[in-house]
Write a protein that binds this ligand. Structure first.
Ligand code: PLP
Length: 391
């Protein structure tokens, strides 16, 4: 057996990832090494986006009770109450046991898969969607199966396809509300259809609402109040408060009370196994929430200004954005997405993401982050528009 093979058999199959850098990243790295200044229109880290954070965010760490360790597997009650108040402002009344704190939304997914699925079971996720799901599910031995979002004048869930793709192995339907990167909220009607299917098929709903507060027009509706079927609503402060480095998320369980209680009792054991949320962060959460509107205001102003500034040639189309931090642009199919993105990078020094990163079923789309600082965004989009027009 070759040395490589011996090494490979040492590791689990779930970690057999392609670890080589992809072509686009290689090209980007080599340009950067050559001293080229790239206009990066993919920035989605709020701490790199010039947001002004109130001083109290850091001051709130300075308290004596941060030296006590009195863990509660569901999360400290003070912090869970802060999460409850967040939903109360949306008209959703929760009880403390319904809220379980996690170190991030991503960890929330891992708890979900551990709770709901045996190895090889399936969860349904929309296509296009957020690329990390493949890793989150794979690490828990769960098989991701997609259902399409269809686009005519707006993105909609294809319910016929959901019904067709549910099998005896399906444990959950996942939705991202609003979706990353397509920016569509799940409508009231879609929520109740999803809940009806989940109830009839005896499976759970998982709703990821990390971008819920960032609506461009009408506000989105949360799943956290859904009582019709067992529902887990996931969110966290990485987007809601623009604080990804602080590592705090939550799961809200709702639905028929007996089922919900059983789910929560099991989730409590999962959370107790890791006790992964730090005490200082939980103690600070209430204070941080008090600054939610100041932080969100800056992000929303940025997102709206960037969206408004987009001017494209007639061969392109900016798809409707209802919420979130991303814009999807349909570009001419005269080249593949990869060829376009390489062209923008090498000729115009602008970095955008191709649709295939998010599993768009057809070409050609690009995805840009509306969190990018305005000047860079406008310069980058101008170069892209000129390149497409020119070619
Ligand atoms: C749709 C979606 N869900 C979850 C996450 C991860 O959130 P967290 O930082 O809380 O793990 C992201 C991060 O970009 C996201 O886009």
């Amino acid at each position: 057996m070759s040395c490589d093979k011996i090494r490979i058999t040492m590791f689990s199959e779930r970690t057999h990832w392609k670890l080589e850098t992809n072509l686009l990243s290689k090209k980007m790295e080599s340009l950067k090494k050559g001293g080229v200044r790239i206009l990066d229109l993919t920035e989605s880290n709020p701490t790199h986006a010039g947001i002004r954070y109130p001083k109290e965010i850091l001051r709130s760490f300075n308290r004596r009770d941060n030296l006590n360790y009195e863990p509660d597997p569901r999360g400290l009650i003070r912090a869970r109450k802060a999460v409850m108040r967040y939903y109360a402002r949306k008209g959703i009344c929760l009880n403390p046991p319904q809220v379980i704190l996690t170190a991030s939304t991503s960890e929330g997914y891992s708890h979900m898969f551990r709770l709901l699925a045996n190895p090889g079971d399936e969860v349904l996720v929309s296509e296009p969607s957020y690329p990390l799901f493949n890793f989150l599910a794979g690490l828990c031995d769960v098989h991701l199966k997609t259902y399409p979002l269809s686009f005519e004048t707006k993105w909609c869930i294809d319910f016929d396809e959901i019904e067709k793709r549910i099998t005896p192995k399906t444990r959950s339907i996942m939705v991202v509300n609003p979706n990353n990167p397509t920016g569509n909220f799940v409508s009231r009607e879609e929520i109740s259809r999803l809940a009806e299917i989940a109830k009839r098929k005896n499976i759970a709903l998982i709703a990821d609402e990390v971008f819920l507060d960032y609506s461009i027009g009408a506000p989105g509706r949360s799943f956290a109040g859904n009582q019709q079927s067992l529902t887990f609503t996931l969110s966290g402060i990485s987007k809601i408060l623009g604080l990804p480095q602080m590592k705090l998320g939550w799961i809200v369980a709702s639905g028929p009370s007996k089922l919900c209680d059983q789910a929560l009792a099991r989730l409590e054991v999962i959370a107790d196994t890791f006790l992964s949320v730090s005490t200082p962060v939980q103690n600070a959460l209430e204070t941080w929430f008090a600054h939610r509107s100041a932080i969100q205001h800056q992000i929303l102003n940025r997102v709206r200004a960037n969206l408004k500034s987009i001017q494209l040639p007639s061969s392109c189309q900016l798809l409707d954005v209802e919420g979130g931090w991303y814009a999807v642009i349909r570009i001419p199919r005269t080249r593949s997405e990869e060829e376009w993105v390489i062209r923008f990078l090498e000729k115009d020094h602008v970095w955008v993401q191709p649709g295939y990163f998010f599993d768009f079923p057809k070409e050609a789309y690009i995805v840009v982050s509306l969190l990018t600082p305005e000047r860079m965004f406008q310069q980058g989009m101008k170069r892209i528009a000129e390149r497409i027009e020119h070619e």
